[in-house]
Design a binder for this molecule. Structure first.
Ligand code: BDP
Length: 327
């Protein structure tokens, strides 16, 4: 049977109406690993409120905090499959599925946090975003996660040699294993939720993270040496499953995109305050913080990480150069 043009367009029209009504009846489900008072979590709540307000409640979004929907690597897969509609992710674990995202996981690649913002809000963010869309993920806003530094229960780290022999938990990505190996440490990729107990029981000696995560997870209780290496500045992403995105009407897509961008602005402001508050909490709680007098030796130790990455991803050399040159 062949459909005439009128029938065909009527059919398409009714399918679209069905799809739209199916979405407006549904609630978007969001994944978040952090505790409820974390800057990311507060910004995600404002994202949901903005969507509901702008659609008069026709489209709503509910965020499940505290990682109750699973670990980050699993959640990224579920997002790509449309099982989870949206979430807030570090680009660190994203690198295993989106090669372009890996460039921001190279140690010391950004000169500073303001430089990271500038680049992510420009050509670098666009290039990474295109890579994500190709793999089924639509970025809505880039969130701040400050800089990550090492902490452990054994000794302060002042030079790369101090990392030698330490067992360090890293996020799920070979780049971070190589990063620790380049200083003769032993890296163990592990889920965020397992780190506290693993340090406590000596499975690992420490990990690395920004002050708010070091504090909100209470890792500082079991790893009191916090050494400000600031070796990774990895932006994060509020993003949506492409499958879920495609089910929205164009108007809903505009609303969701704007809500995502606005939530990123809020998150960046909240982040600054939380970083300072977290540093105070950990220091009041007995953490011994040390600055790194000279980060040069750490940066030099990372040369093999860059060499291996660029050998495996020659097509990303331009993006790496763009970031290293500050845009
Ligand atoms: C935090 C990130 C979170 C990661 C976590 C980790 O915000 O997305 O899951 O680090 O180390 O800073 O796993």
């Amino acid at each position: 049977m062949t459909l005439n043009v009128t029938m065909r367009s009527a059919l398409i029209g009714s399918c679209m109406a069905l799809a739209a009504s199916a979405v407006s009846a549904a609630e978007l489900r969001g994944w978040n690993i952090h505790v409820e008072d974390y800057p990311v979590s507060i910004a995600m709540e404002s994202f949901a409120d903005a969507i509901s307000a702008a659609t008069n409640g026709e489209l709503t979004a509910k965020t499940f905090h505290n990682g109750v929907l699973g670990s980050q690597p699993d959640a990224i897969e579920q997002l790509r499959l449309g099982v989870i509609d949206f979430g807030e992710f570090s680009l660190g674990p994203f690198g295993t599925s989106v090669p372009e995202a890996n460039v921001v996981s190279l140690p010391f690649i950004f000169g500073s946090i303001p430089e990271m913002y500038k680049l992510m809000d420009g050509a670098v963010g666009d290039a990474i975003g295109e890579g994500m869309i190709k793999r089924g993920v639509v970025p809505l806003g880039w969130y701040d996660a400050g800089a990550r530094s090492f902490y452990n229960s054994v000794r302060p780290i002042n030079t790369p040699a101090d990392v030698t022999g330490l067992k360090i938990r890293v996020m799920n990505n070979d780049l971070f294993v190589d990063m620790v190996a380049s200083m003769d440490g032993n890296a163990t990729p592990m889920a965020f939720a397992e780190v506290y107990q693993s340090i406590q029981t000596g499975v690992v000696d420490g990990a690395e993270n920004n002050p708010p995560s070091y504090e909100s997870t209470s890792h500082f209780e079991v790893a009191k040496f916090y050494s400000l290496t600031e070796h990774l500045i990895i932006p994060e992403c509020l993003c949506m499953s492409k499958i879920s995105w495609d089910k929205l009407t164009p108007e809903q897509q505009d609303i969701v995109m704007k809500a995502g961008r606005d939530s990123a602005e809020l998150q960046r402001e909240l982040w600054q305050a939380r970083e300072a508050a977290s540093m105070k909490i950990v220091q009041d709680g007995g953490t011994i913080v040390n600055q790194i007098a000279d980060k040069g030796p750490f940066q030099e130790a990372m040369a093999p990480v860059y060499d291996k990455f660029l050998a495996a991803n020659p097509d990303l050399a331009g993006l790496v150069e763009m970031i290293r040159n500050g845009g």
